[in-house]
Design a protein around this ligand. Structure first.
Ligand SMILES: [Zn+2]
Length: 382
């Protein structure tokens, strides 16, 4: 029985090879920068409705939600893939197919995973529903950068207390994120009295003060606990008026990250103490929080391992690969921070995510779609 169901799913994956490529191309043509996913969301909702789903909704954050076997108060497992891309373009982006590769910005991250999830959802929805939980297939918004995980936050809030597990299809085949990297991102603006470079010489210079602050921040040795990793970065600076003006204002973009909650807390305390020290010198320092991604909460290790084993089994049965596990900053940060088991992985091989040279290897898609189907069917006892 079990093998029969898997064989049927494999046959479906074979049948759908061309359909999957066509759907990826169709989605790629619909621009979807973070916070502007509306057009892509409308297409996806319409697709689900035409493909046998009922009760499909678009929520306040532009998440498209297609429920399967859901009932009020029944627990749900969430399968998601994000609709947004890092590119601000509002025109369709250039696409080309060459030597077995499909090139287009956003094609792998996360369009290929999203298209596969839609086709796998259609197959899953047509199976007898035997699980003791419901399922949400979600095309979510705002995973990237300053989208700040808005879509996933909305979802976790709306389904609070009912989410059993979250699987985000994001990333490439065989690579699995099972640990959150938390982060905080700031704009820091320093203001001083400034003045004429000759006439007011001796007044404090905002550029000098900012540079000095950066120096202090870079003197910090990142905290370490176990095999955790903690990093920081000043990514951009600006300021000043002219060559003969003592700068009145200078600002920077600063971030820190860690896959360890207490290290992240230590970085925060360190940053705040540096800011306080400059304020104590009478410097005006304005700090704006641009984004914050939480770290791991108290996730039950046994439940997390069971989820990882489920994904490992699907990957091994369909590709013979063993997954490599790593920590990263993904939509899973939100469930992880709430103590919900989660993981993030993808269905394609490719390269160049977040660049305009991004591509996917078309030959990898059948392996990926089969793996996704085997994983989903495992929830139905297959
Ligand atoms: Zn992504």
């Amino acid at each position: 029985m079990e093998l029969q169901r898997l064989e049927a799913a494999r046959a479906y994956a074979r049948e759908q090879e061309d359909v999957l490529v066509a759907l990826i191309k169709e989605l790629c043509k619909i621009p979807a920068p973070s916070h502007q996913e509306g057009q892509r969301a409308a297409f996806i909702k319409n697709w689900f409705e035409k493909n046998g789903f009922s009760g499909v909704t678009i929520d306040a954050a532009q998440n498209v939600i297609a429920p399967v076997h859901c009932a009020p108060n029944r627990e749900v497992v969430v399968f998601m893939a994000h609709t947004d891309t890092v590119f601000p373009d509002l025109e369709p982006m250039p696409m080309r197919q060459e030597n077995g590769r499909l090139y287009c910005p956003g094609v792998g991250d996360d369009t290929a995973n999203l298209a596969a999830l839609m086709l796998a959802a259609r197959y899953f929805n047509a199976q007898p529903q035997t699980a003791d939980c419901g399922f949400l297939f979600v095309a979510n918004s705002c995973e990237e950068g300053l989208g700040n995980l808005k879509g996933c936050r909305q979802l976790m809030q709306d389904y609070a207390g009912r989410v059993r597990e979250v699987i985000s299809f994001d990333g490439s085949l065989g690579s699995v994120c099972n640990k959150a990297v938390g982060s905080a991102r700031y704009r820091v603006t320093v203001r001083t009295e400034g003045g004429h470079s000759f006439g007011a010489f001796g007044n404090r210079n905002a550029i000098h003060m900012l540079a000095s602050m950066i120096n202090t921040l870079y003197a910090v040795k990142p905290p370490a606990e176990g095999n955790s990793k903690t990093t920081y970065n000043v990514g951009s600076i600006e300021g000043g008026t002219s060559v003969n003006t003592i700068a009145q204002e200078a600002s920077m973009l600063y971030e820190y990250r860690s896959d360890c909650r207490s290290c992240l807390d230590q970085m925060k305390a360190m940053f705040e103490s540096v800011v306080a020290a400059y304020r104590n010198m009478g410097i005006a320092v304005e700090v704006t929080l641009l984004g914050e991604r939480p770290c791991m909460g108290e996730v039950d290790p046994a439940r997390q391992q069971a989820l990882e084993a489920r994904m490992t089994a699907a990957l091994q049965s369909e590709t013979g690969l063993t997954p490599s596990f790593h920590s990263s900053s993904t939509d899973c940060n939100i469930p992880f921070s709430c103590g919900i088991p989660a993981l993030s992985t993808g269905i394609y091989r490719g390269s160049g995510a977040h660049t305009r040279e991004e591509f996917i290897e078309l030959a990898s898609l059948p392996d990926g779609l089969r793996t996704m189907l085997a994983f989903l069917l495992s929830y139905l006892g297959a």
